[in-house]
Design a protein around this ligand. Sequence first.
Ligand code: R5P
Length: 280
Amino acid sequence: MLVSGSRSQHLTARLAAETGRRLAVPDVDRFADGEIRASVPEFSGQRAVIVAATPTNDAFVELLQLQDAVREAGARRVTTVLPYMGYARQDQSFRDGEPVSARAVARAIAAGTDRVVLVSPHEPAVAEFFDAETTVVDAASRLAAGLGELRDPLFLAPDEGAARIARGVRNAHGGGEVDYFTKHRHRDTGAVRIEPSETTATNRDVVVTDDIIATGSTVSRAIETLTDPRRIVAACVHPVLAGSARTRLAAAGVDRVVGTDTVERAASSVSVAPVVADEL
Ligand code: R5P
């Protein structure tokens, strides 16, 4: 049976259609003090697959509760699908006294599950923080399905690390050039500085690809360095799009944002269900 966290309902429904698994319908209440309480129906020995993105602290606590609830309800084995793992980018401590937040979160999640399926984490090495069998699914190539026709496409990554994503999207699209910028992020302020790539963007369709768009600063800074592109698409696996990110991208000249349903937003036009279903 599939159990959806509040933030992954579209994806879980698509997974049910893809795999033929039944859906359990959880209830989530909120107490007057803000605490939540998630409950599930009887499981009587079946396997539970919980699908729960954790873009917020509430979603994280809800996932821990769902894991506990399915065991209480009789699930014999628990698999946790993390379409988007909050705190994954905090994978090291940058100053004395800081936690490795990704590790703390991973430990808590691993304690309530037999297996984790982790979709496109910022760094695949974050999988090592889970004290449970963990499979990483790379969903970046799914983005090609949302791009449509492109003229003389240039797939650009905002940094060298994301060049792998740009290549995967280009290969799935079937053609185009790949290049990357050099990104510097200020340690204290988080301000992003981008050094331009040498490749010309003039009159081309440019697809800026990244694993996450959060504030939109990285993609916006990258776009500033482009000269006369024909059209700009921002493509990311995780369209977190926090605060004014969507407006920031539009103001910077982005014509369209293509994201997946690992984080459910208006821009989530592509589903990762086919690649996640392969792992269940
Ligand atoms: C960082 O290295 C990631 O790949 C993304 O570039 C970054 O997390 C995007 O964040 P923002 O949209 O806030 O610049």
